[in-house]
Write a protein that binds this ligand. Sequence first.
Ligand code: SF4
Length: 398
Amino acid sequence: MSSSDEELSLSLLLPSSKVIALRSALLDWFEINGRHWIPWKLKADGTKPDSGEMLCVYKIWIAEVMLQQTQLKVVLPYWESWMSVFPTLPDLANANEKEVLMRWQGLGYYSRAHRLHKVANIFMNLIGSKRSLNSCFWPRDIETWLALPGIGRTTAGSILSSAFDLPQPLLDGNVKRLLARLFASSKPPKRDLFRLWLISEQLLSPLKPRKFNQALMDLGAMVCTPFNPRCDICPWQEYCSAYALGKQKEFPVKEPAKPLPFEVIGIGVVLNHHHQILIDQRLEQGLLGGMWEFPGGKKEVDESIEQTIARELKEELSIEVEVGEKLIDFEHAYSHKKLRFIVHICKWLRGKPQPLASQKVEWVSPESLENYPFPAANTKIISSLKKYLNTDKLTKDP
Ligand code: SF4
């Protein structure tokens, strides 16, 4: 910690009377209004844990990784389905990559699924298959968790406080917003992390860390919401600087918005004479690694979309096609760019498909497409393709 950090941390020490008042108002609110039903925060018999009682680390770790960038209500069915297929660490470690991606399909940020699988194998070496079934043998120190790929301070803090009731602070998106409003932070949260972490640490109840952290997340998610904070029912109203200023919606201070880069992508749904469809598997590294997709690529300036598709299929798969009618045209936004996909049905003419820019290519029947993990954008293509094939088009050449 630098001397300026130390000065800042001393200046941030909240008066203990205020800390105690904030803690107790929040914990009282949580008892009545909190989300006490979250399945991985309950014991195996469905009851609430007592103070200091251990919960299943494996279940909490999976949930916390799923919750990175994703809301609880979205995660719930994925977590349930995951637990029905990989109920324990050895089940996950021994699964193949395709099964893991299939369970993740639709959650986005697929590198998280790859990392979960990788970390499952690290834990198998660290803890052992049999001992992994008992949470006692899982690591309780934050350094071990932070050394794992894909685990940041919030995820580690949430796992340790939820599973072992240890006093580790957290700072997820909801909590950043809540604390930025409570103290009317003058900087966007991204530029004020040091201060926000200190506040989260100072507020944390040393006696009830699991309850306190859950209460903080629940208040952020249910009351101090992004667009319409429910200050009328907020237990922190009398302490809230943004509320006192009457400017709740002006906090957190926003970063100036940058427009997302935009690209047009030409995609070919290639059919052969046996009415099989050509799909390829993305390289393991990079965005959507290991997922399957329909081939295509970025449209160059002064190129028609038909030319883009024919060129991309030649360059990336070494095949020649006749580009036919348009199947679908839609936009899809990722966190870092926005894409417009223009998809055409193509007739394969010649050339054995080669995975020149992917790791694998396969001809598959339309029915078997659902056995492959596809990114969310491709599911629109699959449903349009199903409609297309259900017409009389299959009886004709594409
Ligand atoms: S009073 Fe309003 S703005 Fe302040 S913490 Fe509560 S809900 Fe958020």
